[in-house]
Design a binder for this molecule. Structure first.
Ligand code: G6P
Length: 374
């Protein structure tokens, strides 16, 4: 084999720890660190001329796409529709002239994503693919490709490919904002400057590996786990739940924090750990107030936030778990960086829970790395 686990027990652990490096590579393919500008490859989408983006993928890649939907809306004011590929391909999508369709896939071979790409192309959309395998079928079929530079991913549960997809999509959203005249030169510089710090924040976040183990061990005894988030943290909550399901076989759900009261709050008791993703962005207070609703009903909550966020939330009562994440620059920049950085504790929690349960972390039952049949 060309790839080995190095000092790690599993490929998944190795791939989680590679993230500062591979996200760094990916970012450098799309940013000029000296000029602090986005440098999108020639022959890509002309974002200045697109009036709608349809975004599609499966599994983890879909959650990367959903996070990017928020970014394209915020930084490029571009209308985005996102759907899982197995639905999109069978919908009667009224594709309009002037639209483009973007597909995200680690392998570039997932059958549903490929079929959705071919449909969009046949319907006259400009197509592009964010893929980790540049010689894949999707890369060949799409009008343009934006490679991620994660290197080979062996663990079935996607980790470094996900953060590299996010890094690429963040650059695309900023590039689109510039092309559409939405972002000024100063704003571009600020956003690019913030992205350049991502590898450093990732390395800092990885330092919590050991500290998360006890919490994950405790969580591994649960039958169900809820993940909550708002805004960009909502798709990440779903990704967190997916990671946990995939490798530890614990039932988990990712929910929009504000939707909790419309159903899942009925599940709350002391046996259901609730993982709350609350970066200090504009929605922090809202998320924390949802967490307090859970705590008031006897739910045990684990808050993932920075030290300031943890201190603020502590006033609301005793937390079951506290996961401090490096603090990020304020405001709009937090929304850009948080999904990349908060992905680390989410991955580590799932990883350690699976190790505690003794499952086959790299080759979970019933799952395939690449699903090339429908
Ligand atoms: C499989 C894998 C997932 C992955 C999904 C999409 O289900 O187990 O980890 O997210 O396929 O794969 P792709 O290669 O298209 O990103």
């Amino acid at each position: 084999a060309l790839v080995d686990k190095g000092e790690h027990r599993h490929f998944m652990a190795k791939e989680i720890h590679e993230q500062p490096e591979v996200v760094g590579h990916t970012i450098s393919a799309y940013l000029d660190p000296v000029a602090r500008r986005v440098t999108l490859p020639e022959g890509g989408l002309d974002f200045g001329r697109i009036d709608k983006l349809t975004l599609s993928a499966c599994g983890t890649a879909y959650y990367a796409g959903l996070i990017a939907k928020y970014w394209f809306e915020t930084y490029a004011k571009l209308p985005v529709e996102a759907d899982i590929a197995s639905e999109l391909r069978y919908r009667d999508v009224p594709y309009m002239p002037g639209g483009a369709a973007l597909f995200v896939s680690q392998s570039g071979e997932t059958a549903d994503t490929l079929a959705a790409l071919k449909d969009a192309k046949a319907a006259g959309q400009q197509t592009c693919a964010v893929v980790n395998v540049p010689e894949s079928t999707m890369a060949r079929e799409a009008d343009a490709i934006y490679p991620t530079h994660a290197g080979p991913e062996i663990g079935v549960a996607s980790t470094k490919a996900f953060t590299c997809q996010l890094a690429t999509l963040a650059c695309l959203a900023i590039g689109a904002g510039v092309a559409r005249g939405v972002l000024s030169r100063e704003e571009e510089e600020r956003l690019v400057g913030a992205l350049l710090e991502v590898p450093r924040h990732l390395a800092e976040a990885l330092a919590m590996d050991e500290a998360l183990r006890d919490l994950a061990h405790e969580m591994s005894g649960a039958r169900d786990v809820l993940y909550l988030g708002r805004g960009v943290s909502f798709p990440l909550a779903m990704e967190g739940a997916l990671k946990l399901k995939e490798i530890s076989y614990i039932h988990a759900e990712g929910y929009a924090a504000g939707e909790l009261k419309h159903g899942p709050i009925a599940l709350i008791d002391e046996a259901v750990p609730v993982i709350v993703l609350a970066p200090k962005d504009a929605l922090f207070e809202k998320t924390v107030s949802n967490m307090q609703e859970v705590m008031a009903r006897g739910g045990k909550c684990c808050l993932i936030s920075d030290e300031a966020g943890l201190a603020e939330a502590a006033r609301g009562g005793e937390l079951w778990g506290r996961v401090p994440v490096p603090s990020l620059p304020e405001g709009r920049l937090t929304g850009l960086l948080a999904p990349l950085i908060y992905a680390v504790p989410v991955q580590l929690l799932a990883y350690h829970a699976a190790v505690a349960k003794g499952t086959d972390v790299d080759q979970p039952r019933n799952l395939a790395k690449s699903v090339t049949v429908e």
